[in-house]
Design a protein around this ligand. Structure first.
Ligand SMILES: C[S@@+](CC[C@H](N)C(=O)[O-])C[C@H]1O[C@@H](n2cnc3c(N)ncnc32)[C@H](O)[C@@H]1O
Length: 191
């Protein structure tokens, strides 16, 4: 895969591609139009399982349609629900989870991710994350006065550094709120 490190989605997809292993479990926490779900299914090549969540019917339909058209594998489950309820659907260790926060692209819908449910979802995933597993979070600033990104930054900065590594990737010479990437790795099995 050719990588543009300044494109947040390209950057996390590049990293995820380098984490692939047999029988892994990946979660797309914001399925949207299905691009990340399709990416995960394709790089996992039918091995393991991909779960994808979105609370909007429009997004779930778009994701199912994209996968039916372009995915050669069937090891996925699309769930129309809030990602804060991940614990009701997934009871196996998670290797990789990805959030692409914000609104459904190219839609009239103004339903956006919000910090309280994003936080519950991140906490549920951290509990289930396998040792050395990763969460990638693409966060968008500006549209909500950067409340979701800033609250996430504060929460992730406070995680115990003995248990989690957390990085924040951002473009620092661009105005107009470029998106940011948070990368979280769990260092130990849940204590
Ligand atoms: C930026 S889009 C995701 C783009 C997607 N990854 C793609 O590849 O097309 C954000 C999505 O998050 C969804 N969303 C918002 N709040 C959510 C929640 N609490 N639980 C699950 N999905 C949510 C929205 O419906 C929207 O489709």
């Amino acid at each position: 895969m050719k990588i543009n490190f300044f494109n947040i989605v390209g950057y996390y997809q590049f990293m995820i591609e380098n984490l692939i292993k047999d029988d892994m479990v990946a979660v797309d926490c914001t399925a949207g139009k299905g691009n990340d779900t399709l990416f995960l299914c394709n790089i996992m090549k039918g091995r393991g399982k991909v779960f994808a969540f979105d609370l909007q019917e429009e997004a779930v339909k778009a994701t199912i349609e994209l996968l039916e058209q372009k995915c050669a594998y069937d090891n996925y489950e699309i769930i129309m629900d809030c990602h804060s309820r991940i614990g009701y659907f997934i009871d196996v260790p998670i290797d990789v989870a990805v959030f692409n926060l914000g609104y459904l692209p190219n839609s009239e819908s103004r339903i956006s991710t919000a910090f309280d449910t994003t936080l519950k979802s991140v906490e549920a995933i951290l509990e289930r994350l396998r040792k050395k597993g990763y969460i990638f979070i693409a966060a968008y600033l500006g549209h909500d006065n950067s409340v979701e990104r800033n609250s996430l930054f504060d929460y992730l900065s406070s995680l115990d550094s003995k248990r989690y590594k957390v990085a924040n990737h951002r473009l620092i010479n661009i105005n107009n709120y470029p998106p940011e990437l948070f990368i979280i790795q769990k260092m130990h099995d849940t204590l």
